[in-house]
Design a protein around this ligand. Structure first.
Ligand SMILES: C[S@@+](CC[C@H](N)C(=O)[O-])C[C@H]1O[C@@H](n2cnc3c(N)ncnc32)[C@H](O)[C@@H]1O
Length: 286
């Protein structure tokens, strides 16, 4: 998905209740562009659609003429939402997906617990599998296994809420999955998403994520910083906010606004921007 389209999706998804950050849209868009540039085609799958906040991003990524969007949520069956993560609403979801369906996108919705999904009954293999459903260890592990069983070899699994103190089950599931599936490795983490890929194909993604030019094009980066550290025996690309910016959310928002509004670089604003930068201890843009 091109950056211009991502910006439109960000505006659209902000009106939808849910848990999907603006930066996650840009990250998904970049992954999508990597796949398109490599000729990787296949359907897309999401567990945990809720009201469609992230699903509209996946819908925008799908090439409607040859790819479909597949979603799963328990919707009204909330007594089986054992981890209490979100609560899907089918009517709102369908409303939010309407514009994409009008453009011919095929959307298949599995109204059931993801633990009862059988990989043979799904419209796979998938090139992009987003896991954001049940957040306890059994649920997340079952979803990871399902994703691995129905993924195209060069496809990606994206896991929500990794390393979150509030959801230890997701982290435990991730580690158990990697222990049991040595052909997979974690490639990158940031914006509350973790990217997993088949070890053989991981460099396709890692190489582009390491490229500053590619990140800049998709507005992935400052005020977030990037580093690489080993995780489960492999290098993990990490997008993170400095402790300073985590503490000073107002300055974080200011920097984010500055980075995403290029017109603020017009010379006419220079004196004002310079004063604000001094006040906010902002660094010069790259
Ligand atoms: C955190 S919300 C998803 C947020 C959504 N992806 C977004 O971007 O806003 C989790 C969703 O997963 C659903 N859910 C919880 N447990 C599930 C399960 N075992 N199988 C399928 N869906 C589940 C909930 O109904 C809820 O809609």
């Amino acid at each position: 998905m091109k950056p211009k389209k991502s910006r439109a999706i960000i505006k659209q998804q902000r009106r939808i209740e849910g848990w999907f950050e603006d930066e996650a849209v840009m990250l998904f868009a970049l992954i999508d562009e990597i796949q398109k540039s490599q000729g990787i085609t296949g359907n897309l799958f999401e567990i945990g659609a809720h009201h469609g906040r992230s699903a509209v991003c996946l819908a925008a990524m799908a090439a409607a003429e040859q790819e479909s969007l597949n979603l799963c949520d328990i919707f009204n069956d909330q007594q089986s939402n054992v981890s209490g993560s979100g609560s899907g609403d089918l009517a709102i979801l369908e409303q939010n997906l309407l514009p994409f369906k009008k453009y011919g996108l095929r959307v298949k919705i599995h109204k059931q617990n993801s633990m009862s999904l059988n990989p043979h009954d799904l419209d796979g293999p998938f090139r992009f599998f987003h896991i954001d459903g049940g957040h306890n260890v059994e649920e997340a592990l079952s979803d990871l296994k399902l994703a691995a069983q129905s993924l195209l070899p060069p496809g990606v699994i994206v896991l929500d809420d990794p390393f979150q103190p509030g959801w230890p089950g997701v982290t435990e599931a991730l580690i158990r999955f990697l222990d049991e599936n040595s052909n997979y490795c974690a490639v990158a983490v940031g914006y509350n998403k973790l990217l997993l890929a088949n070890r053989k194909h991981a460099p396709i993604y890692a190489d582009v994520l390491r490229s500053e030019g590619a990140r800049q094009l998709h507005n992935i980066g400052p005020p977030y910083e990037i580093k690489e550290l080993p995780f489960h025996g492999d290098p993990l690309i990490i997008f993170y906010l400095s402790a300073y910016l985590q503490k000073h959310r107002a300055i974080f928002r200011l920097r984010k606004y500055y980075r995403s509004h290029k017109w603020l670089n017009f010379p006419v604003f220079a004196p004002v921007i310079s004063i604000i930068k001094k006040l906010a201890q902002m660094r010069e843009p790259n």
